[in-house]
Design a protein around this ligand. Structure first.
Ligand code: HEC
Length: 309
């Protein structure tokens, strides 16, 4: 998945566990302070695009720098030595040595972004202002809105939902014209670090290790792309319905349509244009947009040559 704030400045020079940034606006301080003080943080969370299907995931962070984020699509583990990314759809995993791994990208990924302050407040981005809004009861808990405005253009606003102590239990955000809500059913902070063994990746039965130095295997697997089509494009684009001539049920059918996929040229491929809603009718028709992660998977697969694996 894409990092939520890829343009956040100063990320390159961050050190884990850096002191509280003096620029944090006052209403955001309790959240940042509590997360900075904790030795471990874990959460059980649901992310729901408005009008779409919720997805559940959980995460555990350790002050040592280790973490894991586990969802139904896949998981990310970091044990200090390696970052391991597991894809449930293709049943493959990548092991990236710590010095080459982009751990900041993993902990600032859209769905866990608000809790990245555990590692460093600056990971949330440069917050220009934080404004308290109304209170509302969400899942039985009274939460107060805290609208964050970020420095830099374009202006981005994210609304945190904070509990009585000022700690973010969730947030709402907008990507394109789609709004999503991320809400922790459980958020636990502790003064002790979790066992290191908790962050070791144990490959599920049948999982295959992908070599990362080979571009063909580091690119998304076709199985990951087909899983997106199966989930989001049926029954409108099967071999019978073929809306606009697009059959998205197999590798042969998908790549057989030269308009749909132009190998190495994602921006010229109708399938990608349609899920971006740029230069083609927005797909999936009548349903919420694909997640940025799904769009990136399709784009990277086409960019790497649209191979069958
Ligand atoms: C609910 C039905 C439905 C779903 C789901 C759906 N489509 Fe479509 N799609 C259509 C229809 C109908 C058209 C024909 C265009 C029109 O009439 O608006 C179309 C057209 C297209 C086109 C041609 C667009 C153009 O502007 O020429 C592409 C490419 C496409 N779909 C890809 C996808 C992809 C990829 C997905 C899944 C991510 C998807 N569609 C999901 C119904 C659907």
């Amino acid at each position: 998945m894409r990092a939520f704030w890829p343009a956040a400045s100063g990320l390159g020079v961050l050190i884990l566990g850096i002191a509280l940034q003096p620029t944090v606006p006052t209403p955001l301080k309790p959240h940042v302070q509590a997360l900075s003080d904790a030795k471990s943080l874990s959460g059980k969370v649901t992310m729901t695009p408005i009008g779409g299907a919720p997805s559940k995931f959980s995460f555990t962070y350790s002050r040592s720098g280790s973490f894991k984020i586990e969802g139904t699509d896949g998981s990310v583990y970091f044990d200090g030595k390696n970052l391991t990314e597991y894809s449930a759809a293709s049943k493959t995993y990548k092991v990236i040595p710590a010095d080459k791994a982009d751990w900041k990208k993993a902990v600032t990924e859209t769905r866990v972004w608000a809790w990245s302050a555990f590692f460093n407040p600056a990971l949330m981005g440069e917050v220009a202002s934080a404004t308290k809004g109304r209170s509302r009861t969400v899942a039985g808990e009274a939460l107060t809105e805290l609208a964050l405005r970020f420095t830099g253009a374009p202006t981005r606003i994210v609304t945190l939902m904070t509990d009585a102590k000022g700690i973010a239990k969730g947030f709402t955000f907008r990507e394109g014209d789609k709004e999503s809500i991320v809400l922790a059913q459980e958020l636990v902070m502790s003064a002790t670090e979790p066992e290191a063994s908790l962050f070791a990746f144990v490959p599920p039965a049948g999982a295959v290790l992908a070599k990362i130095d080979d571009p063909a295997t580091s690119a998304p697997k076709y199985a990951d792309v087909q899983a997106i089509f199966n989930r989001s494009c049926m029954p409108c684009h099967n071999s019978q319905t073929r809306r606009s001539g697009y059959d998205l049920t197999s590798y042969e059918a998908v790549t057989g349509n030269a308009m749909g996929v132009r190998p190495n040229s994602p921006d010229d491929s109708m399938i990608l244009k349609s899920v971006r809603g740029v230069g083609a009718r927005l797909m999936p028709q009548g349903r919420p947009r694909l997640s940025q992660g799904d769009i990136d998977t399709i784009a990277n697969w086409i960019k790497a040559g649209a191979k069958k694996d």
